[in-house]
Design a protein around this ligand. Structure first.
Ligand SMILES: [Zn+2]
Length: 103
């Protein structure tokens, strides 16, 4: 019984986490564009409701994020890259350790 409830909760979270199409629908299907010997190489993700192409998949990667979790991760990576925070932090630590007289 608890197992069922848990499964429902997980399913609810997955659906809630999905980024809907601009029309508001979260139902989509894949249109295979290219495959080699039955293995899909390229596919479009098409909205079931309005028929708009919402995403594109090629060689194991989606073009745009599918879920809010991924969107946050993508934005965070973009942010870190833009402001180069990792490099700045390393420089700051390096300069600080020099001022202190070595590591
Ligand atoms: Zn749509």
């Amino acid at each position: 019984m608890y197992r069922d409830l848990w499964d429902k909760l997980v399913e609810w979270f997955i659906v809630a986490n999905m980024i809907p199409c601009s029309c508001g629908s979260k139902d989509d299907h894949w249109n295979v564009k290219d495959s080699i010997e039955g293995i899909v190489c390229e596919a479009e993700v098409v909205c079931d409701n309005c028929g708009k192409v919402v995403n594109y998949w090629a060689y194991g990667n989606l073009e745009s994020p599918e879920t809010y979790t991924e969107l946050i991760k993508w934005n965070l990576a973009d942010f870190l890259y833009k402001f180069n925070l990792v490099r700045r932090y390393q420089n700051w630590r390096f300069n600080r350790s020099i001022r202190k007289g070595g590591f």
